[in-house]
Design a binder for this molecule. Structure first.
Ligand SMILES: NC(=O)c1ccc[n+]([C@@H]2O[C@H](COP(=O)([O-])OP(=O)(O)OC[C@H]3O[C@@H](n4cnc5c(N)ncnc54)[C@H](OP(=O)(O)O)[C@@H]3O)[C@@H](O)[C@H]2O)c1
Length: 344
């Protein structure tokens, strides 16, 4: 049995889901892959951290954080307050990074990933910021250190998007893509079709935990724009920042507009589109659009998401992800980890 040590930066929805997944998959990881994972360090923003070279008891860590207590009580030694100091003082094979996204700079997650790679760890993140603001530099450091920088969960959570293009689509030329990449606005538009106002629909989303207290990143299209930028930067090798995406959110969409579309047999969706000609982008946009029943976007309901790739060899390759959330995101991170360890 090979033991793999992990450190976790961030222990919120996704970090906790990852810990639960590690506990649930422990038998299969041992039997099928001959791997035993231990978490030697966890650090958070306001809930302290823990270091234990023999492995933190994840069940206790989950109970502690759910009680709202600091993880410090689980630590065998004082935890550095500074996250990069914490990473440098940790001894692990890989870091799982799940700190909150910064759409504009990608920090501090970029620094966390640099520290982990420089310390000789693979770095796996669910945070989109480092992918669009630090991709080239992080890939360069990873290559220099003989480690990997992985980010499957940053777009469509656990659905295999980046790994699909790494493996099963050799020599395919991606010419464009279209899709619904923001779950929150798709859910809100669905409620507004039933007559709710934008504010009521946001309130409903907040009740079930899919809408942030400050919903502007979703409503104004930033989350969709950063995903567009991540897909374009990685899959097309055209560096694109979310600020460069032609972005319109859903604030101007009214229940009356939604009902009028429905009467005409159509629906409003927040649609992401990228088209290229060679290395020149013809379009990179996030904007509300009316879609007809013939479009695959029409039937994407609730929090589900969808992307359709236009490749020279496959003109319409579509992927739907139903009911995403922290658990599916955690799975994308585990898949990254296993793929790294298997050299894929
Ligand atoms: N939720 C999803 O389904 C989903 C899907 C795809 C991608 N993502 C991405 O995954 C990441 C995590 O999402 P989440 O829902 O787990 O967020 P979350 O619940 O807000 O958790 C964020 C975690 O990061 C910690 N943190 C905050 N600032 C930090 C810092 N400067 N250094 C280290 N840790 C810090 C927080 O600690 P405190 O709570 O103590 O402040 C918390 O443990 C985000 O980048 C998000 O965009 C999430």
């Amino acid at each position: 049995m090979k033991q793999i040590a992990l450190v976790m930066v961030g222990f919120g929805n996704v970090g906790q889901a990852f810990a639960r997944l590690l506990l649930r998959k422990k038998p299969v990881l041992a039997e099928k892959y001959g791997l035993e994972f231990i978490v030697t360090g966890i650090i958070t923003g306001r809930h302290g951290g823990a270091i234990n070279s023999g492995g933190i008891n994840l069940t206790r860590a989950l109970e502690t954080i759910q009680r709202g207590q600091s993880l410090d009580i689980l630590s065998e030694q004082p935890v550095p307050a500074n996250v990069t100091d914490f990473i440098f003082s940790s001894s692990a094979d890989a870091m799982l990074e799940t700190s909150p996204v910064n759409h504009h700079t990608g920090q501090p997650a970029i620094d966390h990933i640099k520290a982990a790679l420089n310390k000789g760890m693979h770095a796996i993140t669910a945070n989109k910021g480092p992918v669009v603001h630090g991709l080239a530099e992080l890939n360069k450091i990873a290559a220099m250190r003989g480690k990997r920088f992985m980010y499957e969960s940053t777009v469509m959570d656990g659905a295999p998007i980046f790994s699909l293009f790494r493996g099963p689509l050799p020599a395919a030329d991606l010419q464009g893509f279209t899709g619904i990449l923001n779950s929150c606005t798709n859910f809100i538009l669905g409620l507004m079709e039933k007559g709710m106002s934008l504010e009521e629909a946001i309130g409903e989303g907040q009740k079930i935990g899919i809408t942030e207290t400050d919903p502007s990143a979703d409503i104004d299209g930033w989350d969709a724009a950063i995903k567009v930028a991540a897909l374009t930067s990685v899959l097309m090798d055209i560096p694109l920042k979310p600020q460069q995406v032609n972005r319109t959110g859903i604030r101007e969409i009214t229940p009356a507009m939604l009902q009028e579309a429905q009467q005409a047999g159509e629906r409003w969706k927040l649609v992401c589109t990228v088209r290229r000609e060679g290395q020149r982008l013809l379009e990179a946009s996030v904007k509300p659009a009316r879609v007809a029943p013939g479009s695959p976007l029409y039937s994407i309901e609730g929090t589900s998401s969808y992307v359709e790739f236009k490749l020279d060899v496959l003109p319409g390759l579509g992927i739907v992800e139903g009911n995403p959330g922290p658990d599916t995101t955690a799975y994308g991170m585990l898949a990254d980890l296993l793929n790294v360890l298997r050299g894929q």
